[in-house]
Ligand binder design. Structure first.
Ligand code: HEC
Length: 142
């Protein structure tokens, strides 16, 4: 009986300490007003986008182990990079730049979705569409 009470009090104490830490330390957790700030310069982001897009192209060209799982992950990574790009200065200053980042994000997510269903032709179609968006943005901003 006493043993149970001691355990219950110990759990309460741990809970209180945990809550106290979250309340006192501003670096723990996030506030609703926190804005996402990319840490990656656009140039580095592009080098990585290029690497992932090349990987997607290779997976489309050549069958290999875990092909569709790899396509899905590379598609999701590309979508996330486009997502990060929506927060860069160019995107906040120019509507067309922002639209291209959003198009790329949406199409890379679709590509990942088709990869999950092992639909190679649709994956190919999305890769072509993404390539058009890369070029459209580069024509004006690169
Ligand atoms: C919304 C605009 C936008 C989209 C979409 C975009 N890029 Fe870029 N890209 C840029 C800008 C801006 C630069 C110039 C960056 C710099 O020089 O600082 C650039 C530069 C590059 C570079 C040149 C890096 C070098 O070595 O000089 C590569 C490679 C690249 N992008 C690949 C891609 C690929 C691949 C895609 C599509 C999957 C893509 N980008 C989509 C805006 C975009």
């Amino acid at each position: 009986m006493i043993g149970k009470t001691v355990v219950a009090l110990a759990i309460l104490a741990i809970g209180a300490v945990g809550m106290g830490m979250a309340g006192d330390d501003a670096s723990v957790g996030r506030n609703a007003s926190d804005k996402f700030e990319p840490v990656m310069p656009v140039y580095a982001l592009m080098v990585e986008q290029d690497r992932h897009f090349e990987k997607i192209r290779n997976l489309i060209r050549k069958d290999q182990e875990e092909r569709f799982a790899k396509l899905r992950h590379a598609g999701l990574a590309l979508a996330e990079m486009a997502n990060v790009n929506t927060f860069h200065e160019n995107a906040t200053e120019h509507a067309d730049y922002r639209q291209w980042t959003l198009d790329m994000k949406a199409d890379a997510l679709k590509l990942a979705g088709f990869a999950k269903e092992s639909k190679l032709d649709d994956v190919k179609r999305m890769a072509k569409k993404i390539n058009t968006t890369c070029n459209a943005c580069h024509d004006k901003y690169q």
